[in-house]
Design a protein around this ligand. Structure first.
Ligand code: SAM
Length: 282
């Protein structure tokens, strides 16, 4: 059954990434996007939104380790964390591994993504029923406009800047994020690829520079996003992501990771020269 089925993510009009599919587990259309979960041959279960790969079981740990543990090991005592997007649950799963975290609010716009992942990808969504996770189905843009809560760390685990995720790359959103961070707060955001999306990275860093005093880009390697080398932005009111990072805390935490480690934490901020040149002078 489905032996000739492949799923292909097309990037613009010149690149296609194809994955062999064993079985279609879920296909739906919400008011925001199409949502598919498939069982692939080489990468385990895969979530696609609007035909774009969000997570696969095989490499999701790289993305979720790096979007989560970098800010949570820089902030000295993260207690209240906000995740915007992240409907697969992988980021919230990693956040609550930190014993200092008392509450993790996750605001995902599309309930269909959460339900599909709970039903079919427990590897990422399995922690979503934890009592420390406060799951809100709603627009993250509206949430940061309206909340009176202050967060130590905000993680923007969003799709590409299209549809409902577009404002998540804009200045108005980051001004609201700034307002709902504590005085030493940190925001980390999905920052696209230096290979194929340098303009988006330039634009996001310009926005962050207009709002935050300290802004950096860091990267990691993954298997399933076009370009392989992917990035996050790190913006903070106070902390430097490397100088204010104490590597001993990683060992002391007793946490075990498959991608993140103390040496990689600092190394991730050393960008390849082509990316440095592309982002120079912003
Ligand atoms: N790792 C993924 C990637 O970069 O491809 C992102 C994972 S997660 C599934 C992204 C989520 O952001 C999607 O489920 C999408 O529905 C959600 N999202 C997009 N815009 C949003 C918004 N304005 N507020 C809250 N969630 C949003």
């Amino acid at each position: 059954m489905h032996s000739n089925l492949w799923v292909e993510e097309k990037f613009e009009d010149f690149l296609g990434l194809k994955f062999k599919v064993e079985k279609v587990l879920f296909s739906g259309k919400s008011e925001f996007q199409t949502v598919d979960v498939v069982e692939t041959k080489g990468h385990g279960k895969m979530l696609l939104n609007d035909g774009l790969i969000m997570v696969t079981e095989r490499d999701e740990f790289a993305y979720h380790d790096m979007i989560t543990h970098v800010p949570l090991f820089v902030h000295p005592n993260p207690k209240n964390v906000l995740v915007i997007g992240g409907g697969d649950g992988g980021t919230a799963r990693e956040v609550i591994r930190h014993p200092s975290v008392e509450k993790c609010t996750m605001v995902e716009i599309d309930g269909m993504v959460v339900d599909a992942c709970k039903a079919h990808i427990p590897q990422t969504a399995g922690a979503l029923d934890d009592p420390r996770i406060n799951l809100i189905i709603g627009d993250g843009v509206k949430f940061v406009q309206e909340t009176n809560e202050k967060f130590d760390v905000i993680i923007v685990d969003s799709t590409d800047p299209i549809g409902p995720a577009q404002p998540l790359f804009g200045e108005a959103f980051y001004r609201d994020v700034f307002s709902c961070l504590t005085d030493d707060g940190i925001v980390v955001s999905q920052g696209e690829s230096s290979w194929y999306a340098l303009e988006i990275q330039q634009s996001l860093l310009k926005v962050l520079n207009a709002v935050f005093p300290n802004n950096y880009l860091y990267s990691f390697s993954n298997l399933t996003y076009p370009g392989g080398l992917w990035s996050f932005t790190f913006a903070s009111k106070k902390y430097h992501p490397v100088n204010d990072f104490n590597p001993a805390r990683v060992a002391e935490s007793g946490l075990d990771f498959d991608y993140y480690n103390a040496a990689l934490h600092s190394a991730a901020f050393a960008l390849p020269s082509f990316a440095q040149k592309g982002l120079a002078g912003l």
